[in-house]
Design a protein around this ligand. Structure first.
Ligand code: DQA
Length: 157
């Protein structure tokens, strides 16, 4: 869905398993910010940038796949932190590839500084890019990068 004069982009923010526990969960790694605070930051950043931001979290792989399918024809871009499914889920990768909605992958922690099993992402090869290691700011940076990409694509079409 491209933005023309007066029409704005619509971004779906997807959060995977255990991210509902942000604020309580391993604060030394993920910080004290809650998921609701991150979502509120993204919505207000969206308002400043003139894009509509909606957010969804699930601990279930199939629910995330369904949300990606439902985004087809509706959302201009997807910002995703798939949590642990990043490292395991061919289904989420295939859903993102299937709907072909421009996607940016984000992580609060720097996954390359952590255990080896976190170094591989099934999503990275089909994403525009990945931002990892800036805490909650990874989401905001990812949102700006995604909007920048959409605006560039729009002006080239
Ligand atoms: C995470 C990193 C993943 O390895 C982990 O399973 C998460 C969170 C992050 O945001 O740093 O749940 O995606």
């Amino acid at each position: 869905m491209n933005a023309e004069a007066g029409q704005s982009f619509s971004i779906l923010v997807l959060h995977g398993p255990n991210l509902n526990l942000l604020g309580l969960r391993e604060p030394d790694i993920y910080g004290r910010i809650t998921l609701e605070e991150i979502n509120a930051q993204l919505r207000s950043e969206g308002e400043v940038l003139g894009v509509n931001v909606s957010c969804f979290q699930s601990n279930h792989e199939g629910a995330l796949v369904d949300a990606i399918h439902a985004a087809w024809g509706k959302e201009s871009g997807i910002l995703i932190n798939a949590g642990a499914y990043t490292h395991t889920s061919v289904a989420i990768r295939d859903a993102l590839a299937g709907v072909a909605i421009p996607t940016v992958e984000v992580h609060l922690s720097n996954i390359y500084k952590r255990e080896d099993f976190r170094h591989h992402s099934y999503i990275a090869p089909i994403a525009i890019g990945q931002i990892s290691g800036f805490g909650a700011a990874s989401y905001r940076l990812g949102l700006i990068a995604l909007i920048h990409y959409l605006q560039q694509s729009d002006s080239n079409s």
